[in-house]
Write a protein of this length. Structure first.
Length: 301
């Protein structure tokens, strides 16, 4: 029985809907339903009358609901007391520095801090701002920074740094003057190649974007570098492409998601041989990122 499953059960009862509860918890409805099924298997009784159009508790579910809320309150109190005790008796022996070269990646770090107060107590992480990506690599290599959340770039391996993948994230397409026949929400590579491409960050291409450009060239696609578009060409169907990390939780009524390959790898960059403290933090924060990827990035399934 997990705290997440109990929270999901209570939220469904409070909101009266699996859909509303899933939205409130920033997870998919299928993931929430699976949590409830797993909880029922562990409890050995059914919580909801399945198949009904509206959420209806069974007699056992009605009895369990107030007790589930009590368990969650006790759990929350116990965690807060444990953190307070640890902070008093075992303060972190040093700060962990998370290097970022822009506000987008720094915001991601702050959101993770908010999700992991116990890890903040244990590891005392701080954001370290760098002037550019090369400055991040230098800080990691010199030991001034401990880790950095980054898409996968070719210069990571070239600098002798270590890349630890967490998620595969899609490329996003911002449409300009595209025909109505272009599919909504999700595009295949063939769909996207019906338009010319402009990459939002041409000087910062990831390994995935480099391969995309290669594939576009092989199939006759047109890739335009910003600054080279003449005014006479403005009316052409165009997609501006950007890594999902730079437009998290997008509105797919206005933005398309390119579905090709496995997507751009996003993860953590460290020195070649990080110390034990860094490795422990990475192990724990990786689980948080993977468990909350929908909340952090808001992607379509």
């Amino acid at each position: 029985m997990t705290e997440r499953a109990l929270t999901g059960f209570v939220k469904v009862v409070e909101l009266g809907s699996f859909t509303a509860a899933a939205d409130a918890l920033f997870i998919s409805q299928s993931a929430l339903s699976q949590q409830i099924r797993t909880l029922e298997n562990q409890l050995h009784f059914t919580l909801f009358q399945h198949g009904a159009r509206q959420v209806t508790l069974t007699a056992a579910g009605r009895s369990f609901y107030p007790k589930a809320k009590q368990i969650l309150r006790l759990y929350d109190t116990a965690v807060k007391e444990g953190i307070a005790i640890q902070q008093e008796s075992r303060p972190p022996h040093r700060h962990l520095f998370l290097a970022c070269q822009d506000s987008v990646l720094a915001t991601l770090c702050f959101e993770l801090f908010a999700m992991t107060p116990e890890l903040c107590v244990e590891f005392s992480p701080l954001v370290q701002f760098c002037a550019n990506r090369a400055d991040v690599w230098r800080a990691l290599d010199s030991g001034e920074a401990d880790l950095s959340f980054q898409p996968e770039y070719a210069d990571i391996a070239a600098r002798g740094l270590r890349f630890i993948p967490l998620l595969n994230l899609p490329e996003l397409c911002f449409p300009f003057n595209v025909p109505d026949s272009l599919p909504q929400h999700v595009l295949s590579l063939e769909d996207a190649l019906s338009c010319r491409w402009i990459f939002a960050f041409p000087a910062s291409e990831t390994l995935y974007e480099t391969e995309l450009i290669h594939q576009a060239g092989k199939q006759g696609g047109v890739v335009i570098q910003p600054g080279t578009v003449t005014s006479s060409a403005y009316g052409l169907p165009t997609l501006m492409l950007a890594s999902c990390i730079y437009h998290r939780r997008p509105n797919f009524d206005a933005v398309r998601m390119l579905r090709w390959g496995e997507g751009s790898r996003f993860g953590i960059v460290t020195a070649a041989h990080p110390d034990e403290t860094v490795r422990q933090y990475i192990d724990q924060i990786s689980q948080v990122v993977q468990a909350h990827q929908h909340q952090l990035f808001g992607l379509l399934n």
